[in-house]
Design a protein around this ligand. Sequence first.
Ligand code: PMP
Length: 337
Amino acid sequence: MSHVLDSILETVGETPMVALHNVVKGSKHKFFAKIEYFNPGGSIKDRVAVKIIEEAEKRGELKPGGTIVEATSGNTGVGLALAAAVKGYKCIIVMPQKMSEEKRALLRAYGAQVVITPMVDPDHPMSHYNVSKRIVAEIPGGFLANQFFNPDNVAQHYQTTGPEVWKQMDGKIDMLVAGAGTGGTLSGCAQYLKEHKPSVKVVCADPVGSILYDLYYHKKIVDPPGSYKVEGIGEDMLPGNVHLEKYDGFVRVNDQEAFDMTRRLVAEEGLLVGPSSATALVGAIKFSEKFETPLNIVVVFADSGRQYLSKAFNDQWMVENGLLKEEQIKDSFNRVI
Ligand code: PMP
């Protein structure tokens, strides 16, 4: 049975690269999207979850019967819970209140215990960072995945995402754009791509309200951290895996731009992706405008739109959050016949 995989974990990675057409009409550049929702848990974070667990097993930090604990906006949690299910570990996920109901439900479906924390500063004792640290200290056999600082996160993108992009593009890549949550995607891809072609530009698309843009251009926080609706990217602290010195630029994208593009991507390209993917594309379009010669630009689409059906794809939620006007609601969308 040479075509049978040993477990679902072997389907992580090797995601497709797809050319974009309608949403980038008018640009002189070519845009290609790495579609990470093809991973079994539905996001790019499956790669990182599997790597962090396997390296912890090798180092003896995670032993049979152990409990994996993590602070996450959801996607890493799904990856960890998926791997924990296959490998027989318990899993506790600590998640800020803002994250979508679908993500909580998904984690519970995978068998994880979900702890929801209030929206407070990262230093606050009730922040998802600090609550996860407290939980792991209290549980015998507890292991904190620590995706924001664990170098295995960056290493996985250096060893898989970066090489896949390089191979799929036959080396004909001029720029890569992605958002940064932990920074793992950008830091690992930057390292790999620049080793093969130093002129490749690696750019971070940052939500308005994140402090990373200021830290990159001003070395300090100019605009205080603000709230925004896009999930999974942008930060109110500097994660150890955000390696600013490896990036070539930052571009800011607001919620309106991100949610408009989220809807366009499915309507015009058939790509049901989340708002962080749309942020990356809007950022790529904006940042590339200043380049005269046509470029090949790869944009990382981190997760699926399925976990935002109650938000980006819900007209009522869009109206309540000021992202859609009442008169823009499409009749067919919500009408019960
Ligand atoms: N988009 C989404 C939806 C995510 O959940 C994440 C991870 N937080 C990212 C993008 C960013 O990935 P990274 O952690 O590698 O910076």
